[in-house]
Design a binder for this molecule. Sequence first.
Ligand code: HEC
Ligand code: HEC
Ligand code: HEC
Ligand code: HEC
Ligand code: HEC
Length: 204
Amino acid sequence: MNAKLAVLFFLLTVGMAMPILLGIRSIPDIQLPNLHTGYQPEQPIPYSHRLHAGVLNIDCQYCHSGADQGRHATVPSLDTCWNCHKTVAGRTKTAKESIAKLREAYMSGEGVEWKRVHNNPDFVYFNHQTHVRIAKYIDADGNISDGVDCQYCHGDMAKNGVAKQQEQLAMGFCINCHRDQNERHETANLPARAPVSACDACHR
Ligand code: HEC
Ligand code: HEC
Ligand code: HEC
Ligand code: HEC
Ligand code: HEC
């Protein structure tokens, strides 16, 4: 094992012990390294993917515009919501109340602090652009598509009310896909570039 990884193991142990050392009591608020399938924190505004991405069929990247541009997919600022909600005030009582909160947060300039749902530990490097735009994804039948679908890693978000982590984005999940993809790329005579045993590609 090289020195960097020894450090990694050390940090991991310390990291795990940190909440205990700090005497933090509200354990449910602590997100353990990415083992949170089903993690669905309550959000300050009950924004629904089922309604917006499902029923209204708004494209994921209309809001998560960073996904094909860089490392982070990014969560939209309220300006994006305001494009519609300056006129859409809601029909039902709950909708009106929730949208009133949105209006208040927008008008006051305070914005909304969305709670993180997915959170890889800092020692993991993941880049959306590589996967969403640069990668060629080859399915088991050999069909090639541009980029990996959001759904592969996030499940069907359009079925969610409040966002929820659906896949355990653990090391095995990443590496299994990389191994399969590399084999399929070789079969298709395409460059196989997904790191499998190069630890430092994902741990920088
Ligand atoms: C109208 C804007 C909008 C659209 C369209 C939208 N989202 Fe989101 N998304 C948000 C907002 C706001 C949040 C933060 C609040 C939350 O987590 O529920 C979010 C959160 C997320 C998260 C969790 C982020 C985290 O903290 O880990 C994922 C994953 C996600 N969206 C994926 C998608 C996918 C996939 C689609 C398309 C099927 C999509 N979104 C469509 C606005 C949008
Ligand atoms: C190959 C797997 C994979 C694909 C494909 C993928 N994501 Fe992600 N996504 C992740 C991982 C891993 C994280 C956690 C990253 C972190 O914590 O640093 C994440 C985090 C996020 C987040 C919250 C943090 C951020 O980066 O802003 C949003 C929002 C999100 N993804 C949206 C999307 C959308 C929208 C798509 C499709 C356009 C998409 N993702 C495609 C794996 C993926
Ligand atoms: C493309 C237009 C559009 C965008 C962009 C948009 N919304 Fe909406 N939103 C709607 C419509 C339409 C409704 C349904 C209102 C109704 O008829 O009750 C709605 C409903 C809602 C509701 C009420 C849901 C309920 O039934 O309780 C909330 C909360 C909400 N939106 C938040 C947001 C947030 C936060 C954003 C930005 C991340 C956003 N919306 C972006 C069009 C949009
Ligand atoms: C659906 C299959 C799939 C999944 C799941 C996946 N990857 Fe990848 N990944 C790829 C492919 C294909 C490439 C090669 C892209 C190219 O052609 O350059 C790649 C490339 C990479 C690279 C090298 C390029 C770069 O961005 O630096 C890293 C690092 C990486 N992936 C990290 C991850 C991590 C971390 C995860 C899990 C959280 C993950 N991947 C999940 C398919 C996947
Ligand atoms: C394709 C990306 C990728 C590669 C390559 C990779 N890892 Fe990881 N590794 C991850 C992800 C993602 C996690 C975070 C897992 C979690 O949060 O559950 C992780 C976590 C870890 C952890 C923390 C323990 C754990 O399971 O959570 C150690 C230690 C580790 N990796 C060592 C290695 C070593 C050694 C190698 C090379 C043989 C390697 N990794 C290669 C993605 C990768």
